[in-house]
Write a new protein. Structure first.
Length: 685
């Protein structure tokens, strides 16, 4: 009889990659527990990780390749599946050119780690397509890019050691339990907690200062805070004088954002704006934790990120314990990309040149390209670890676009709405079935990277690296893909790092590779053109974009579109997190489905009363794109005249209501956090 084996690996039920220990007996996974030695979660786990076993053995998993023939699914061998895919991709390339094919990846790919993403990008490079669409097409890259333009690098928050934590559109108790624990610790040590959010979250109820804010007006608040801090000389003068560029332009720029103007735009009383500014600026160190997308998916999303970076900079909270830490360089990984093989520009490069590049193209343009063929046709998609019909905006348009493709393949753990439309579906390996390096970008400031060790195989499920390595050889790309398996790819990546990966594989789930340093800019400056923090962005000015953060009303708001507001008078915000889910992941866990059997809309009692809607009753929410039916959750914990709906359910899919039209002029992100809707009871209507 086999003995019980314990394997150290990582969860991938969200992006954070917590360390776990998986127990296996007689080839069966019997237990998952937190790893107390992993520096990220230190043994702590959220409910998602606790149900990894149920996900692994879910009856809903796709266990072998399938192909749609005459409207019905037929089982294939892997050889037949790869031959089918190679045939179709070669056909598309011959008939329309390589740019007519795009690869779309989801959050599951982020969880797989940077080398897997770069491996898939390498396949795109060799094929000749510039069109790799990462989840960052609408997620997080706005913040990374804004910070790089400001600091020359991306800093990481350190709330555990802070004296003042500002949670701005961030509900870590539902989205990042490790950060939530750090905020609780900071509070127990006397830190002030400030929460800015239309919803009264867990931390809002415990905060020293809590204020709701009209969705879509965050940039106006940030500019008002900057005005108070500058006018009252609460900024860090030595840091500003020596290490920033453009302070005089910033001072002049924010003069118009008086407390009264900020209050009028945001709905926050002037005294509270003033109090937030003074408390944040006078606390040393202080840190701002913003939500993953709550400030990004607006017409001012990029400017929101720039404004918060500037707040952090002028208060001297950069590269200090308890503020924002600057990551040291990653190990010298051998690159996988071959961009020199690509002759065309990626989707959106002309419209969003500061955003589209090595990370992603702008995928929000794809539905129109499929439907119109302009500026060039998209005839085939390969979708990996994503379900765009549910998680991308304007679902009806996306569904119509997918139906117009000549070929659609989907790699997924379970059948989903997008896979149902595919010609070919391939069974993906889950996080317990892969070995990979992950989270380098997220955890680099901590001086380590995380290592995921394979625990088991599941039927005929393959990792994405294995799929595309074998597909590349089918398509005649052997010279560019000389490795025999995933293990050789990993060895290749590490060959120039000075790290012998074999010393760690199967033995640990993290690798230390550097030391945490503070105020490194004092010896080397900031990696910007000026060597300083660029409050005024000369790069943005060169591209004809606002070089200082500027406020713009959402395209749908009571102010910018009063005619629309007459018919759609309620503000809709979408995508709030639930701890048990991230997008559509964990949907195969039965206990979660019982607790959250369908979508719901949070609505204030006053608003519910105005429209005759009772708690727990079905209600209709409608925008100019469509209408859905959801359960009403009447609560004091949301602003009046605001409705908040999470996404991820097929029935009551909130993305039927949203619009994919690019709104942010820098990134092309759509405006998903501040729309206009109308509501009514479902009964009789």
């Amino acid at each position: 009889m086999d003995e019980l084996k314990e394997i150290k690996t990582l969860c991938a039920m969200c992006i954070w990659g917590c360390g776990i220990i998986v127990s296996v007996k007689e080839g069966i996974i019997v237990k998952v527990k937190g790893d107390p030695d992993h520096p990220w979660n230190r043994g702590r786990l959220c409910p998602k990780a606790a149900y990894l076993i149920e996900q692994f053995y879910s009856a809903r998993r796709i266990t072998h390749p399938i192909k749609k023939v005459g409207g019905k699914w037929e089982r294939l061998t892997w050889d037949d599946a790869l031959d089918t895919m190679a045939l179709q991709l070669n056909k598309i390339k011959k008939n329309y050119g390589p740019e007519a094919w795009a690869m779309v990846t989801g959050m599951g790919m982020i969880g797989q780690g940077f080398q897997n993403k770069h491996f898939l990008q390498r396949f795109c490079d060799v094929y000749g397509s510039p069109n790799f669409i990462a989840p960052e097409t609408v997620c997080f890259l706005s913040r990374i890019t804004a910070n790089i333009l400001t600091f020359g690098m991306f800093p990481f928050a350190d709330p555990r050691n802070s004296q003042c934590v500002v949670l701005w559109g961030n509900n870590p108790s539902a989205s990042d339990q490790m950060a939530a624990e750090d905020v609780k610790w900071a509070k127990s040590q006397g830190a002030k907690i400030i929460v800015i959010d239309p919803r009264k979250t867990y931390f809002a109820k415990e905060a020293d200062i809590y204020t709701p804010i009209r969705p879509g007006t965050d940039c106006a608040l940030a500019l008002s805070l900057l005005r108070v801090i500058i006018e009252e000389e609460l900024y860090d003068k030595p840091f500003v004088e020596k290490w920033t560029a453009g302070f005089d332009q910033l001072r002049a720029h924010v003069k118009e954002f008086t407390l009264d103007r900020g209050a009028a735009i945001t709905g926050i009383p002037a005294k509270i704006i003033e109090s937030i500014a003074r408390n944040y600026a006078s606390s040393k160190p202080a840190v701002i934790l913003q939500g993953t997308n709550s400030l990004d998916q607006h017409p001012t999303g990029f400017q929101n990120n720039r404004a918060l970076a500037i707040l952090e900079a002028i208060t001297g909270n950069i590269d200090v314990t308890g503020g924002h830490l600057i990551a040291g360089p990653p190990p010298n990984f051998t690159p996988l990309r071959l961009p020199e093989l690509v002759k065309k520009k990626g989707i959106g490069k002309d419209q969003f040149p500061l955003f589209v590049g090595d990370w992603t193209c702008q995928g929000m343009l794809i539905p129109d390209m499929i439907l119109t063929g302009k500026p060039h046709p998209i005839k085939a998609l390969t979708i990996v670890a994503s379900n765009p019909i549910l998680v991308w905006p304007n679902s009806q348009k996306m569904k119509k676009a997918l139906a117009n493709l000549e070929f659609l393949s989907v790699t997924t753990l379970t059948m989903n709405e997008t896979a149902e439309m595919a010609d070919l579906v391939l069974p993906a390996a889950g996080c317990l079935e892969r070995t990979e390096i992950t989270e380098v970008a997220l955890l680099g400031a901590k001086g380590y990277m995380s290592l995921r060790n394979k625990v088991a195989d599941y039927q005929e499920c393959w990792s994405d690296v294995k799929i595309f390595l074998n597909l590349a050889k089918r398509m005649g790309y052997e010279n560019y893909f000389p490795w025999r398996d995933e293990g050789e790819v990993l060895q290749h990546i590490f060959k120039d790092t000075g790290i012998n990966i074999n010393d760690y594989l199967g033995k640990t789930n993290f690798i230390k590779y550097g030391e945490v340093k503070y105020k490194s800019y004092e010896t080397s400056g900031f990696p910007t053109a000026s060597g300083k923090v660029e409050l005024y962005s000369t790069v943005m000015a060169q591209f004809g974009l606002d070089p200082l953060p500027s406020f713009v009303e959402p395209p749908e708001s009571p102010v910018s579109s009063p005619d629309v507001a007459k018919d759609y008078p309620v503000i809709l915000t979408t995508g709030a997190r639930i701890l048990q889910y991230i997008h559509t992941s964990s949907s195969e866990v039965a206990v979660f489905d019982k607790k959250f059997p369908g979508p719901f809309a949070e609505i204030h009692p006053r608003t519910a009363g105005d429209y005759g809607i009772g708690d727990g009753e079905a209600m209709i929410v409608e925008t100019r794109r469509g209408a859905i039916e959801v359960e009403a959750r009447v609560t004091e914990d949301i602003m009046p005249q605001v409705v908040s709906i999470p996404h991820g359910w097929s029935q009551g899919n909130v993305n039927v209501l949203t619009d994919e039209t690019p709104a942010d002029p820098v990134t092309g992100y759509p405006a998903l956090k501040a729309l206009l809707c109308r509501i009514r009871p479902a009964k009789g209507g």
